[in-house]
Design a protein around this ligand. Structure first.
Ligand code: NDP
Length: 492
């Protein structure tokens, strides 16, 4: 058990509590986990190490709230979700600072992307639920009509990772509550802060108590207790493929509904006929945004042989110009990695790449940021790989590391692009329409971007194939996941 710290131990100590039934609670067993600031490697707060009993209390609050919330009009649900969205926007600076401190991401990124997107999630699903229609089918010649009810499931579990903490947490919670469910949610133990602050916002917006309950803690205990709970009927999970497979095994005997958004090893395929400058700038972003810790990052770059040497030189010049620095500085491009163990994992992959005859074209080293010497900083790293089957090209590194290699033909690159266990997203750069159609059809991925990257329209389905997951989020897909369809057939 980790002892309870206070502001006598740490100046500006940040204490996080569980949010259950609209109130903030210490964990029942008074067991705590230290929370580190990745930009300086120091403890700055603690979070509850929640037990099964804490999860049970959260479940009971959700169960009690469900009958009333599921009967709340769509207009009222929509009004509350949109109010949450407005309050997030009004608290942008506070949330962005908290996200950056917890995760190590540049504060400018949190302000421009993470927090606005969390607000958009509530606004979008607040609107979408009022447009979510169900089907009816007339059985002609049989004097019967079928209509389909879309009913909320009950109490559902939402478990999210550390890379886009509030963005992904709310991407699940917003559709779940919009559809009339009550939620037991767990953010990642390493990035709990903005989920904690969200509780305050929900109260202020008038979300009835018990509709959303947030329990903090370790995946293996708190998360596992949510997945194992026999009355939490659906689990929406975003995280690693190994954890996703484990959750699927635990949930299967209970026949829980599962949405699994898992890892990726996404190809970025560049043809010589693309808009070169646009491709170059976007490729820098798709490689290193959020320190490369986005499941959608294009971590395998394949370049048509005729422009390979030029691309290599231009790309490296741009990557070397990226500033690795403290996340609070406005001109920082690359902040800190999320944790010490994660930094070590990424460094280990760079070492593996060298052992497998990869050439580090730039980066590869830790960076010491003055005044923050214990922070987890790493140079953006580009590795030229001798062939596509080496480990750094096959396994998810999830850090500021990309591989590059040339290709000769469309068939060759398609084969390499699909020759990984993952299938989340792919990016294609070309101005040839026929080639675009051919390759997009053949890529094994849930999302294909052509001449852009990470452009999102919240109405579109989002998710992966193969080891990147099962199910789709986004738009009505998410509302379908968080409801049960019941068909009623009436003979007249
Ligand atoms: P993990 O799988 O380690 O953790 C994800 C969440 O699951 C965390 O809240 C974690 O808690 C929790 N968890 C861990 N073990 C269990 C368990 N046995 N039962 C229930 N919950 C558990 O992933 P990371 O947080 O390391 O996130 C990085 C991964 O997420 C990468 O693989 C990345 O590709 C993927 N990802 C996928 C996305 C997609 O949309 N497809 C988007 C973003 C990321 P704790 O933190 O306490 O361990």
């Amino acid at each position: 058990m980790t002892k309870k710290l206070t502001d006598k131990d740490i100046p500006a100590f940040a204490e996080i509590k569980n949010y259950i039934n609209g109130k903030f609670h210490n964990p029942i067993h008074n067991n705590w986990i230290d929370n580190y600031n990745p930009s300086n490697g120091e403890i700055y707060g603690q979070i509850p190490n929640s037990s099964k009993e804490d999860v049970e209390n959260a479940y009971k609050a959700a169960k009690t709230a469900f009958p009333s919330w599921s009967q709340t009009t769509l207009e009222e649900r929509s009004r509350i979700l949109i109010k949450i969205s407005e309050l997030l926007e009004a608290n942008l600076q506070r949330f962005a600072e908290a996200e950056s401190k917890d995760n190590g991401k540049p504060i400018a990124l949190a302000k421009a992307i993470d927090i606005p997107r969390a607000a958009s999630n509530f606004r979008f699903f607040g609107n979408a639920i009022t447009q979510f229609a169900s089907e009816s089918h007339e059985s002609i010649g049989q004097n019967a009509i079928n209509y389909t009810l879309r009913q909320p499931i009950g109490v559902v579990g939402c478990i999210s990772p550390w890379n886009l903490p509030l963005y992904l947490f709310t991407w699940k919670i917003a559709p779940a509550i919009a559809a009339g469910n009550c939620v037991v949610a767990k953010p990642s133990e390493v990035t709990p802060m903005t989920a904690y602050l969200l509780g305050e916002i929900c109260n202020e917006a008038g979300l009835p108590k018990g509709v959303l309950n947030i329990v903090h803690g370790l995946g293996g205990t708190t998360g596992q207790a949510i997945v194992e709970h026999k009355n939490i009927k659906a689990i929406s999970f975003t995280g690693g493929t190994t954890t996703g497979a484990h959750i699927a095994r635990v949930a299967a005997p209970m026949f829980k509904k599962l949405s699994l958004e898992l890892g990726g090893k996404n190809p970025n395929i560049i043809f010589a006929d693309c808009d070169y400058e646009d491709m170059l700038d976007t490729t820098v972003r798709s490689s290193f945004a959020n320190q490369g810790q986005i499941c959608l990052c294009g971590s395998r770059i394949f370049v048509e042989a005729s422009i390979y040497e030029k691309f290599k030189a231009d790309f490296i010049t741009k990557v070397k110009a990226l500033k690795v620095g403290h996340p609070s500085e406005a001109d920082t491009n690359i902040g800190a990695l999320v944790s010490k163990p994660h930094l070590e994992k990424v460094k280990a992959y760079i070492a593996i790449a060298k052992e497998e005859n990869g050439t580090v074209l730039c980066g590869g080293n830790e960076v010491t940021v003055k005044g923050f010497e214990k922070g987890y900083y790493l140079e953006p790293t580009v590795i030229e790989v001798p062939h596509d089957e080496c480990r750094v090209n096959q396994e998810e590194v999830f850090g500021p590391v990309v591989t590059i290699m040339p290709f000769n033909t469309e068939d060759d690159v398609l084969l390499m692009a699909n020759k990984v266990k993952y299938g989340l997203s792919a990016t294609l750069w070309t101005n040839n329409l026929k080639r675009t159609m051919r390759i997009s059809n053949e890529l094994q991925a849930g999302i294909v971007w052509v001449n852009t990257w990470m452009m999102r329209d919240l109405r579109t389905p989002f998710g992966g194939v193969k080891a990147s997951g099962v199910g789709r989020e986004g738009g009505f897909e998410a509302l379908r996941f968080f409801t049960e369809a019941k068909n009623v057939c009436i003979k007249y």
